[in-house]
Design a protein around this ligand. Structure first.
Ligand code: SAH
Length: 352
């Protein structure tokens, strides 16, 4: 078995590796570590995109506040509860409530929804609602929320400052990840692969940071240009040597997933929708066979789904929840994996 402790330089060398035979070794190692530490079960997390309102100006994201070409929506409590019940019908173990950073999602309103889901279903509840005040995170944890997803997007501080204008007076994402951990959430983070201006060395540092943060969940997807954003329209083009630029390809995303599995053997790692978007044919399967163990089927009602346009051409955008469920199960079984049951939280086993 390969040693899974990789230095930043070793990670970077793998990211630059283009020899198919050597890459086969990387895929094999990542798949073996995945099987040993988290097993063959693929856990399904039902994604509910509860609001596309957002007060932030993230330069990569299609639902940022400045995009006035988008009709905004916020789901009602009853609609969210109905989606959670569908998750139970489909035998998913978790629902993920995701949204733009939307102060219209009021603290008590969401706490009540979390309590109702926890009282009426066996589901684990994951929140992905951006940089909320610490008081909100405390309240939602007390209401029963189990997990929180907040990607740090890139560990390159200069690039991050360019693409993610900060919210003055509020803790930044790194601080919030520590707060979430102390509050007892399972903590998820992650990055985009191939952000204009992102260097191969900084992607290697991101992967090393995942291990140092001991993250429970790690989401890695390719950057997909959105014409309604400064970064996607080319209006904001950070200067960089093309030889150092991370390509936003399925291959580079798979390398990042595989290396992340090696350095974070126990983490829950999704094969992301963004990967399936740039490779509709086999992106899901490539992720799952190169280190990932989680899939997030979309449960958002169809009339809202097209409005949650973070990036264009999102995989499965017009598929009903039933169709998504059936398709993803077939894909998982076609590669000889099983469907996980129960919440599928982070397992802590000794890496000795
Ligand atoms: N408001 C929440 C949820 C955002 S959407 C938050 O900010 O955490 C979830 C993730 O989608 C983001 O963290 C980002 O990594 C990803 N994303 C946003 N725009 C993208 C793009 N253009 N291409 C690929 N991924 C994108």
């Amino acid at each position: 078995m390969a040693d899974n402790r990789l230095t930043i330089d070793e990670i970077e060398r793998w990211l630059r590796q283009d020899d198919p035979a050597r890459l086969e070794d990387l895929w094999r190692q990542a798949d073996a570590v995945r099987r040993q530490f988290v097993g063959d079960a693929v856990h399904l997390r039902g994604l509910i995109e509860i609001s596309n309102h957002c007060v932030r100006g993230c330069r990569y994201c299609g639902i940022n506040a400045a995009n006035d070409s988008l009709v905004r929506y916020r789901m009602t409590a009853d609609e969210i509860l109905a989606c959670a019940h569908r998750a139970v019908d489909f035998d998913y173990g978790t629902v993920v409530l995701q949204a733009g950073e939307d102060p219209g999602i009021e603290t008590e309103w969401l706490a009540d929804i979390v309590r109702r889901i926890k009282r009426r279903t066996p589901l684990a509840v994951t929140l992905s609602l951006g940089e909320r005040p610490v008081e909100d995170l405390i309240c939602w944890r007390k209401s029963g929320a189990d997990r929180y997803l907040l990607r740090f997007e890139t560990s390159d501080a200069r690039l991050y400052g360019m693409i993610h204008p900060s919210s003055p007076g509020h803790p930044d994402r790194m601080e919030l990840l520590g707060v979430l951990r102390r509050l007892g959430y399972e903590v998820g983070s992650g990055v985009m692969v191939g952000i204009p201006g992102q260097r191969l060395h900084s992607l290697a540092e991101d992967i090393n940071l995942f291990a140092r943060l001991d993250l429970d969940m790690i989401g890695i997807g390719p950057f997909i240009p959105n014409l309604h954003t400064p970064l996607g329209s080319g209006e904001l083009a950070p200067p960089i040597d093309p030889a150092e630029q991370v390509p936003n390809t399925d291959l580079m995303t798979c390398k990042a997933v595989a290396l992340t599995r090696r350095v974070c053997p126990q983490a829950n790692i999704p094969s992301t929708t963004a990967l399936a978007t740039i490779n509709p044919e086999s992106g899901r399967e490539l992720g799952l066979t190169r280190g990932a163990n989680i899939i997030m089927p979309n449960l958002t009602p169809l009339q809202y789904r097209t409005l949650y346009e973070i990036y264009p051409g999102k995989a499965c955008i017009n598929e009903t929840a039933d169709a998504c469920n059936a398709c993803l199960r077939t894909r998982i079984e076609s590669i000889g994996r099983t469907i996980g049951s129960g919440p599928g939280g982070r397992k802590r086993i000794s890496n000795g």
